[in-house]
Design a protein around this ligand. Structure first.
Ligand SMILES: NC(=O)c1ccc[n+]([C@@H]2O[C@H](COP(=O)([O-])OP(=O)(O)OC[C@H]3O[C@@H](n4cnc5c(N)ncnc54)[C@H](OP(=O)(O)O)[C@@H]3O)[C@@H](O)[C@H]2O)c1
Length: 402
């Protein structure tokens, strides 16, 4: 296992979990760990080691980290190593990524980076991984963490997230016709009405993992206000440090973000650049070709080529990706853009170098809401069904449950 943290962590754990832990330890080694990252606001952040301090924890989570979804087994190690080489210090991975292969590749990349002198120690990093929904419940959740740590070859992670509020499925091979016949809960392991209790048990395991020092902070992903309110009723550690959610100008999740801010939950946005799950067909629906426009040259094919983003990019003389990342930073969201391209890693980090005005942010929001409204009317569907870009083929995405 890589570099154990100093023993001061155990002493720090004796403090009340509701209090901020800064300054609660006089161990010099510990303070040097903390000082590797600098606490700033999103607007003041300049470097990839500048971040936000998480609740109930001494973790400073960098404003921009590196996402590893869909990197694939062959390139995950090299890409993660390249990201570390380019200065990224927060790596976002998950138990399930790459069909359960990515964590191992990330672990190898960390070891490579230490061997090559890119990192001095493991403490230079902020490693995020996620519990998988197949492992809901107290014992299964701890087993999931044990597997993640083994795969990552680490003795702790900096942030452990519950990937989904539930439910667990019996199988990955779900059939739409079967679900139509037997109902959308057909493949769920637990009955719908037991879900809040099972989730509470998963959280209790996460709290215990936190208390044992195996994770430095705990949080959730894809939680709605309803899920968070339910959890609040049973949690002994509240709030979750982070809610990692899909967020971009097409799906700004304004009410949820407001709620998280009020509760002290850091919002970590994913798919900030439009994600990897929707294709050209979706964009053609949102931006139909106008008379005289050509598919080859004029069609919108991604969020990065959407006209409002291009227009603001031109105004501020930045790239579309930088505009989208900056949009989120202006709303104080933490980011984990994914790219397998070295030049884009550098480009994305430069979102820290400029700002957007309030008017530009509001204008982007407005433009996309207008396009969504128009597309929803044309398609005869609700706006909500068009605004999510991620998890497109997962029927769980549209399940409404407590
Ligand atoms: N908690 C959850 O449920 C959840 C769900 C989804 C994602 N996530 C996390 O969030 C991370 C980011 O989200 P995401 O992977 O969905 O997608 P994303 O960050 O929105 O990226 C989408 C695509 O944009 C391209 N890209 C990146 N930088 C670019 C640039 N500067 N210019 C042009 N294209 C660029 C990338 O392609 P190339 O690789 O070809 O550059 C990538 O495939 C994930 O990797 C994962 O860690 C979490």
């Amino acid at each position: 296992m890589l570099n154990l943290r100093s023993s001061c962590r155990k002493r720090k754990k004796q403090t009340n979990v509701g209090e901020t832990m800064e300054g609660s330890c006089d161990d010099k080694n510990c303070l040097s760990i903390i000082s590797r990252f600098r606490e700033t606001t999103a607007t003041d952040a300049q470097k990839l080691t500048d971040g936000v301090r998480l609740k109930n924890s001494d973790v400073i989570l960098p404003w921009i980290g590196y996402g590893t979804y869909k990197l694939g087994k062959e390139i995950a190690r090299d890409c993660t190593l390249e990201a570390l080489q380019q200065g990224y210090r927060a790596i976002d991975t998950a138990f399930i990524y790459g069909g359960e292969t990515t964590e191992r590749q990330v672990g190898l990349a960390i070891q490579d980076a230490i061997d090559m002198g890119i990192l001095e120690t493991r403490e230079d990093l902020c490693i995020i991984t996620k519990h998988w929904r197949k492992y809901h419940g107290y014992e299964p959740a701890l087993e999931c963490l044990r597997l993640s740590l083994t795969r990552l070859n680490l003795d702790y992670v900096d942030l452990w997230l519950m990937h989904w509020p539930g439910p667990a499925w019996k199988t990955m091979n779900r059939r739409k016709d079967e679900m139509a016949k037997h109902g959308e809960w057909h493949y769920a392991v637990h009955p719908q009405d037991e879900l809040p209790d099972i989730r509470a048990e998963t959280w209790r395991a996460m709290e215990d993992a936190y208390k044992s020092g195996k994770v430095r902070a705990i949080g959730v992903c894809n939680f709605t206000i309803q899920h968070l309110e339910r959890l609040k009723g049973t949690a002994t550690i509240w709030p979750p440090a982070v809610n990692q959610i899909e967020c971009h100008p097409i799906f700004p999740q304004t009410e949820l973000v407001k709620y998280c801010t009020k509760e002290g939950i850091v919002v970590q946005a994913y798919s900030s650049l439009g994600g990897q799950d929707v294709g050209k067909k979706y964009w053609r629906m949102l931006y139909p070709l106008k008379k005289g426009q050509k598919v080859k040259t004029d069609a919108v094919t991604s969020l990065l080529t959407a006209p409002p983003v291009l227009q603001v990019a031109e105004q501020v003389n930045r790239t579309p990706a930088q505009v989208l990342l900056r949009w989120a930073l202006e709303k104080s969201m933490v980011l984990v853009p994914k790219t397998s391209n070295k030049g884009r890693m550098v480009e994305n980090a430069k979102a820290l170098e400029f700002s957007l005005s309030e008017e530009q942010v509001a204008w982007l929001d407005n433009q996309f809401q207008k396009s969504l409204k128009r597309a929803a009317e044309t398609e005869g569907v609700k706006i909500e069904s068009l605004s999510r870009l991620c998890w497109k083929n997962d029927p769980l995405r549209d399940l409404d449950f407590e």
